[in-house]
Design a protein around this ligand. Structure first.
Ligand code: IMP
Ligand code: MG
Length: 174
């Protein structure tokens, strides 16, 4: 059995930050056609809370599933779309909702792919960022927290598919 992960960001800290991000997005997208694109599976809880913190009339949600191959906890940059968008985002304002930007390789792949679909704009909202591991620099338009180089789990993020249901972000005890 793996012991319970140590708390890095508590449920309350996350909830406060998600409300702040939602308020900023609400302000920035007034009068626009916003499409939230949560990246599965890791962002499912973040996106569910963020969507409810956005107070706009024209909001759609469509999911994109990504799998990035790699050895253990290291991404290789080889990315596969496991579930694609179900409607066109042409002339829409796309906001990608991601759990964590680590090396940046997955987001680089996704941004290049989305650009071919002719949205009016594409911005990135990520709950977490690990700048120490950057391989492709990403501009994160809405960022929850910058963290040190820990492998984190919970609030959607997994280790070998486990811990996604933890209500906080934790670090596995070694
Ligand atoms: P990338 O290295 O920026 O391409 O990140 C690829 C994906 O790996 C992220 O979207 C996460 O789903 C996953 N990932 C990266 N770091 C962590 C972590 O610390 N915990 C859990 N998943 C992670
Ligand atoms: Mg992810």
């Amino acid at each position: 059995m793996i012991p319970k992960p140590n708390v890095l960001l508590s449920t309350e800290q996350i909830a406060t930050r998600v409300r702040e991000l939602g308020a900023k997005i609400t302000e920035d997208y007034k009068g626009r056609h916003l499409v939230l694109v949560p990246i599965l599976k890791g962002s499912f809880l973040f996106a569910a809370d963020l969507a409810r913190a956005i107070d706009l009339e024209d909001v759609r949600v469509d999911f994109l599933g990504l799998r990035s191959y790699g050895s253990g906890t290291e991404s290789s940059g080889v990315v596969q779309i496991t579930h694609d968008l179900t409607f066109s985002v042409e002339n829409k304002d796309v906001l990608i909702v991601e759990d964590i930007v680590d090396t940046g390789l997955s987001m680089k792949y996704l941004l290049d792919n989305l650009a071919t679909r002719k949205p009016s704009s594409v911005k990135l909202c990520s709950l977490l960022h690990k700048p120490s591991r950057t391989r492709v620099k990403m501009d994160i338009d809405y960022l929850g927290f910058t963290i040190e180089d820990h492998f984190v789990v919970g609030y959607g993020l997994d280790y070998a598919e486990k811990f996604r249901n933890l209500p906080y972000i934790g670090v596995i005890q070694s």
